[in-house]
Design a binder for this molecule. Structure first.
Ligand code: AMP
Ligand code: MG
Length: 276
């Protein structure tokens, strides 16, 4: 039997030291995969899913810490697919996915973090942001939806916000799912070619693709300015879906292992008690 996946060290995302300038064009979206392939990755993710289920149960029982996984990436980078693959085993009771869409009128009438802060994970929970407060320095910056001084000031606000969450016990893991422009073309084409995927296709995706370079610039700025030791960015090569899923699965598992949540002590010793 091939148990290669059990001993091999799983691939890691790219990281930068806080303050270092990010340049996504210099980071491969499809790196050398070494000994890994789709099958061994699937087997490892299967194992990770089981261990993560146990750790998530302990996290919930312990009720002290929480985890926030932020997923950002260009259209078709695979935010939904990653969630489906990585979070499969976790009890939905203690795990919430929040997708951030265009802000409503009510949301726009508040500060940009208003809609975000109210949905951060509570103690014992894992929260997953499919898009996030980073849209307020990504799409908003690319299209100048607010004046430049307003979005420029947001990087610092975001750092302060994430510091607050960190200080209150939230472990923040921010993943940029990094794909090439060519892979995006293929995936958008595939959506157009498959009638069952038309619901996912949005003509906006085409206009957004036209400003690809401006988006890369905005991502570089966000990752450079908001890569802190308390809320680091991880750049996940995402041209191969299985590789992307493996990297995120392993990363999240290792964060949970570091937290090492324990079941709280029982309120009494009930060993041997017989219920009638
Ligand atoms: P999707 O993730 O495909 O469902 O698309 C959600 C859309 O909402 C994307 O085009 C985002 O850029 C957009 N969006 C999310 N947050 C914001 C925001 N704060 N301001 C403007 N647009 C946003
Ligand atoms: Mg979309």
């Amino acid at each position: 039997m091939n148990d290669k996946h059990k001993t091999n060290e799983a691939p890691k995302p790219f990281v930068l030291a806080p303050g270092d300038a990010c340049d996504l064009s210099q980071i491969p979206s499809n790196p050398d995969v070494g000994e890994w392939d789709k099958k061994s990755a699937r087997e490892r993710i299967e194992d990770n899913v089981k261990e993560m289920a146990d750790l998530a149960r302990r996290l919930y029982a312990d009720n002290q810490r929480s985890v926030l996984l932020v997923l950002q990436g260009m259209d078709t980078a695979g935010k939904d697919g990653t969630i489906r693959s990585v979070m499969r085993g976790v009890n939905p009771r203690s795990c919430q996915v929040v997708s951030f869409k265009k802000p409503s009128e009510e949301e726009l009438d508040h500060d940009f973090l208003w809609r975000v802060h109210r949905v951060v994970p509570r103690r014992g929970n894992i929260g997953i942001f499919n898009r996030s407060h980073y849209e307020d320095v990504l799409v908003v910056r690319v299209h100048n939806l607010v004046p430049e001084p307003v979005w420029q000031a947001r990087y610092q606000t975001i750092n302060a916000f994430e510091k607050l969450l960190h200080d209150c016990g939230t472990v923040i893991v921010k993943c940029c799912l990094h794909i090439s422009k060519e892979i995006q073309r293929e995936r958008l084409q595939a959506r157009v070619d498959d009638p069952d995927s038309h619901w996912k296709f949005n003509p906006d995706d085409i206009s957004e693709r036209k400003v690809w370079d401006k988006y890369q610039e905005a991502y570089n700025a966000a990752i450079t300015k908001c890569n802190t030791d308390y809320a680091p960015w991880y750049i996940v090569p995402s041209d191969r879906k299985w590789y992307r899923n493996l990297v995120v699965s392993q990363l999240l598992l290792e964060k949970l292992r570091e937290i090492n949540p324990k079941y709280p002590p029982a309120e009494g010793d009930w060993t041997g008690m017989v219920i009638e």
